[in-house]
Write a protein that binds this ligand. Sequence first.
Ligand SMILES: N[C@@H](CCC(=O)N[C@@H](CS)C(=O)NCC(=O)O)C(=O)O
Length: 242
Amino acid sequence: MTESYELYYWPTLPGRGEFVRLVMEAAGVSYVDVTRAGEIADGVGALKPLMYGQGEGHPAYAPPILKQGDFVLAQMPAICAFIGERHDFSPTGLQDRYHALQIILTIGDVATAAHDTHHPLGTTKFYEEQKAEALVTAQAFLQQNLPKQLNYFEAVLQKNGGEVLVGASLSYVDVALYHLLEGLAHAFPRGYAKTSELMPGLAALRNRAAALPRIRAYLASERRIDFNLDGIFRYYPELDLK
Ligand SMILES: N[C@@H](CCC(=O)N[C@@H](CS)C(=O)NCC(=O)O)C(=O)O
């Protein structure tokens, strides 16, 4: 397969697509962000025929979707692992590869939990129609889940030497965790700061990843979509810790 990678994701939000973008950017892999290449309506028009099993071959359910020629792959963790393994940005050896998979799947779980804080009743209703339920869900997330989740990532990091999550070199899971932490800190500045104050490994990982030349170049580019009120990590001050 030599054709270039195409990423299909919703054109106006970072969402789960951003994990994929950051992994490709950090690995130095070029790609076309198809739905953002022209008009928004055209972009959505290009994405929809690939969703819910409508595509050819092994079709996708939901975006992000990676395409290279006839090869189509969905599920954020699967795409990140595929790019990592194919482009020397993954641990090697069966056990380390599966430990990386364990971590990227956990990152995906936390991202889903963060999303559900503002949409606990589902995505068919706007946030404004479920604010009361969102407040209860967000407080439970911040008080009960987030401390355990951040402690888990800190423990994984420290038990692997403190620099990277798996193996001896930076890999796709470190970059994905960087984005998860950025997203959580954006959505819940008070909750994140309070929960992570005694987690030096996570703070250092964020700084190291943000300083990578490829990540810095990407963040400063027009390819980056900033966090907004349409993605997973949304800043609603009323949902944060008081
Ligand atoms: N577990 C999947 C979740 C995919 C997903 O929920 N995609 C969202 C956007 S982030 C979507 O467009 N879903 C459409 C739908 O569920 O109908 C992944 O990690 O990729």
